[in-house]
Write a protein that binds this ligand. Sequence first.
Ligand SMILES: [Mg+2]
Length: 236
Amino acid sequence: MMATSGPAAAEFVLGVDLDGVCGDHAAAFRAVVAAEWNRDPESLPPQETWNFHEWGLTDESFDELHRRAILVHRIFATMPPVEGVAEALWRLSDAGVWIRLITHRLYANWSHAVAVGDTVAWLDEVGIPYRDLCFLGRKPEVEADAYIDDAPHNVVELRRAGNTVVVFDQPYNRHLDGPRATSWAEVEQLVTELRLAKGQAVQERLGFDDDLFGRLRTRIPAPGRSEPSDSSGDRG
Ligand SMILES: [Mg+2]
């Protein structure tokens, strides 16, 4: 397939949300709020609501803290990845799934350069493969065969428009019907089932070595290094 072409008709396009699906936004935001308030992160109760009302945040204070989280604490560059995300997306990509990342990170008008730059740097650092990266406004739909998202409003809007959406399990979306995945292993399984249901032949992966991070690393020489590093290098 030519690198410049879009997905072939037979290809399965998976629309993948970032925050709360690929990246542990709640953990990153907890660390920011704890630092801003000079509190122990563990003293903040678990997130239950979409905008952290259980921490006493109003919509206004949430917006201000989130602005500082992005611009001062740079959470889009430092957010911990959700366990298993890069490995699962590499395996799906190898099996013929077109990975289309979708994010709503440009919801404020003061940080686009930081938001976009930190996001793409983070994706390389974590080792997440993708063919498209979509920074979208309100409309969540990008012509994917299936979506994975955690935000209740996105799931509802996408399904209302007739799309297949896997809910990535979070405390604030438990009221939504399935399909639901509680881990990236479950996402992989559900996507494989969806492809089979569409009549797609799902290839077994060939016996490539499984150093999936190393595979990405070998294409990105470290700064100051002219030759690609070998795949045994550390990820630090
Ligand atoms: Mg999300």
